[in-house]
Design a protein around this ligand. Structure first.
Ligand code: HEC
Ligand code: HEC
Length: 346
């Protein structure tokens, strides 16, 4: 990396102000280009920029305005996100409609953790149009999707106390976020693409070194002993998320894992895995068997399938294999070129 050289050059420019003044606008333009280049090329700078102005979730301890029935709903909602299996898993006390995982397994700290797939932008951005369904989706529809895909089950009724509580909790979490805004640190971080396809064989080595101790040699996770849920959730096999879930897309899996796994070791600022390891372990885990969902109604406009949606048909001419493992840059570049050429059928 030559970002040090760029810093030195920038320093030279700064310490030679008379020169800069004489060359006027040209030097200023050059200077700002250099600053831009340093930012883009230096992951360290990007990450330190990432850790300021993060979302600050509300707290039940300090929120004295939240009272009565609404407060009870929010508290129950948080509990449902953190302990979904206890209420709605295979041995759930309320209903048996999901696979034993908790929403919190993927929406860390009950959807409050920055870079941990948090819920900060849900109340502010829904209802919204989504290409997967080709419809305007409510919060109810989006929550149902995760029940049916990530928890490989069924959604609770929209009138149930359980759904009302989840809604109240998500609304409360987003109460300080302006309509239409996505706070810094929301959702799943995007990581750089590789120039090659992600490699399941290399990913297996990563898995054995960094993941297997908790998630198990067969990705089966570690059950909690009373058959209700998991100490460590499964990553594949019959009790894991199905092939219609967000994490089945490599970019989501790799982005989530790089900032958050191995648990209690990796952080967004100090990841354990390299970018390559994150993509490769994603390829390994998502090449293992898992439940299947009927996806025939998804992506009604096939040109809107994400670059890493692994099931055709596509309009861009790339194979299912390349859409699953990459390399993704050629797909994205071709789509951009097609869009530029005004090819509406893309
Ligand atoms: C196996 C992992 C996993 C589990 C478990 C899971 N989700 Fe998700 N969820 C995702 C992924 C991946 C996304 C997509 C994130 C994105 O689009 O950036 C998502 C998105 C969402 C969104 C939309 C977020 C946004 O900002 O647009 C909501 C709401 C949501 N999930 C609710 C839930 C609820 C409620 C549960 C439990 C019933 C749950 N999820 C369980 C992985 C999971
Ligand atoms: C120290 C134990 C531990 C290690 C090591 C670990 N995880 Fe996890 N992982 C967890 C726990 C616990 C959760 C659920 C987090 C929660 O509910 O708060 C989790 C959740 C996940 C999830 C989302 C839920 C699911 O089951 O799909 C994925 C994906 C994941 N881990 C992948 C990995 C990968 C890949 C590695 C290796 C790079 C790894 N983990 C290493 C403990 C661990």
């Amino acid at each position: 990396m030559n970002s040090d050289k760029k810093f030195n050059f920038l320093y030279t420019v700064k310490s030679n102000w008379p020169l800069v003044l004489i060359s006027g606008a040209t030097a200023l333009m050059l200077g700002s280009e250099i600053v831009g280049a340093v930012k883009k090329d230096s992951p360290k700078e990007e990450i330190s920029k990432d850790s300021v102005n993060l979302w600050n979730p509300p707290s039940l301890f300090t929120d004295t305005e939240l009272k009565g029935e609404e407060r009870e709903l929010v508290i129950y909602g948080e509990d449902l996100i953190a302990n979904t299996a206890k209420y709605l898993g295979p041995k759930g006390s309320v209903a048996q409609i999901s696979n034993g995982m908790n929403c919190q397994n993927c929406h860390l700290n009950a959807g409050k953790k920055n870079w941990g797939n948090n819920y900060s932008a849900v109340y502010s951005t829904y209802p919204k149009y989504r290409d997967r369904s080709g419809t305007i989706e409510s919060i109810y529809k989006r929550v149902s999707d995760c029940f049916e895909r990530s928890l490989n089950g069924k959604a609770p009724d929209s009138n149930s106390r359980e759904y009302q509580a989840i809604y109240a909790y998500i609304k409360w979490l987003g109460k300080d976020v302006k309509k239409g805004e996505k706070p810094h640190g929301s959702g799943i971080p995007k990581i750089p693409f590789l120039d090659r396809a992600a490699d399941p064989a290399k990913g297996k080595v990563v898995y054995e070194k960094y993941c297997q101790s908790c998630h198990g040699a067969n990705g089966e996770g570690v059950p909690d002993g009373n058959g209700i849920g998991y100490v460590y959730p499964p990553l594949w096999g019959p009790n894991s998320y199905n092939d219609g879930a967000g994490l089945f897309r490599l970019s989501f899996f790799a982005g989530y894992v790089k900032s958050n796994m191995p648990q209690n070791q990796a952080t967004h600022e100090n990841p354990v895995l390299t970018t390559e390891e994150a993509w490769d372990v994603a390829a390994y885990v998502n090449s293992q068997p898992r439940p299947k969902k009927d996806l025939s109604k998804d992506w009604p406009d096939i040109s809107k399938k994400p670059f890493d949606h692994p099931y055709g048909p596509y309009t861009d001419g790339f194979t299912e294999k390349q859409h699953k493992y990459g390399p993704f840059k050629p797909i994205i570049e071709k789509r951009e070129a097609m869009a530029k050429a005004g090819n509406k059928a893309m």
